[in-house]
Ligand binder design. Structure first.
Ligand code: DON
Length: 304
């Protein structure tokens, strides 16, 4: 039996001592209003147990982590046709990089870079009757928690400073890979990214990917094959130009966000989420990466 609580406590004590906690994202001004010392971990086992340490019940902005949830909803509605509009290759570039999108004629490398997530947002805006409300309902449903919401201040803050995403959406539109109006798609995308969750809620939201497509309440929301494919994209593309490093250090499929959250999972075993808002140079949580490296090393549990 692994003593998970002692391991989480040990990681907490190690990691919070690091004086270089990274940089809080401030290109979305509202994200800068957060305490740099925040640090929480929550571990949810598929067999039922749950363990946590630190600020695991504080809400934070999940940002790009939401891209996995929007992809899941789009795949469950559209199926494999989704891949006519974007690819599943790692980009080796930052999340907001644009030149590859132009070179590759408006086909984003994958659904987790911003341009790819904007294509997914476009698909959902076309498919959903009330996109923002219906997506929120979906997230609440797979998490089994009605107490999840957008942060409207964060969404507005990103809308006011989201010039790079406007550029991406306009480029997509110029290549006929955006069916709806740029403003409508980005309004949805900015709200999707503004979703707030605690570490504990995040592990429940991602239960569906660790549990062969069945969510925490055991409702089937994805096929086994869809869950497998989404995990593969998390492993290869979940950390942008640091995906190789995350696989090397941690060895789990996962996804990061500029709010400082990371969620990672071992299929059929567990989901773990970490929140530490200071980011490294690649835009991923600095202490979050360290904590997860220690977790898979100390527990000897990874996909490899
Ligand atoms: O579009 C953006 O720039 C943000 N809403 C999300 C970026 C993000 O979280 C990148 N992940 N590490």
């Amino acid at each position: 039996m692994i003593d998970y609580q002692s391991i989480l406590n040990a990681i907490y004590n190690n990691v919070v001592q690091d004086e270089d906690k990274g940089q809080i994202a401030n290109y979305i001004p509202e994200l800068a209003n957060v305490n740099k010392d925040s640090f929480g971990i929550h571990l949810q086992l598929i067999s039922g147990g749950a363990y946590s340490v630190g600020d695991s019940e504080k809400k934070f902005s999940i940002q790009s982590i939401s891209k996995v949830l929007s992809l899941a909803l789009a795949i469950s509605k559209v199926g494999t046709d989704i891949w006519n509009r974007l690819d599943v290759e790692p980009s080796g570039n930052p999340f907001n990089h644009l030149s590859l999108l132009e070179l590759e004629k408006g086909i984003p490398r994958n659904p987790f870079i911003n341009s790819g997530a904007i294509v997914i947002a476009d698909i959902l805006v076309s498919l959903l009757e009330n996109p923002k409300t219906d997506f929120l309902e979906y997230v609440r449903d797979i998490t089994g928690d009605a107490n999840i919401d957008y942060n409207y201040k964060v969404a507005l803050s990103e809308k006011q400073t989201g010039f790079n995403n406007y550029a991406a959406a306009n480029l997509l539109k110029s290549f006929n890979n955006l069916n709806n109006h740029v403003d409508d798609v980005l309004d949805f995308y900015f709200h999707q990214c503004s979703l707030e969750m605690t570490c504990a809620q995040l592990t429940k939201a991602f239960y569906v990917f660790a549990n062969k497509g069945n969510c925490m309440l055991q409702k089937t929301r994805l096929t086994k094959s869809q869950a497998k494919r989404i995990n593969a994209i998390m492993l290869t593309c979940g950390f942008y130009d640091e995906a190789g490093e995350f696989a090397f250090e941690v060895g789990l499929p996962g996804k990061s966000g500029v709010g400082g959250g990371i969620v990672a999972l071992l299929p059929n075993e567990f989901i773990i989420s970490v929140w530490a808002p200071g980011l490294n140079e690649r835009g991923n949580s600095k202490l979050g990466m360290q904590a997860l490296e220690q977790f898979t090393t100390l527990t000897n549990q990874s996909i490899f």
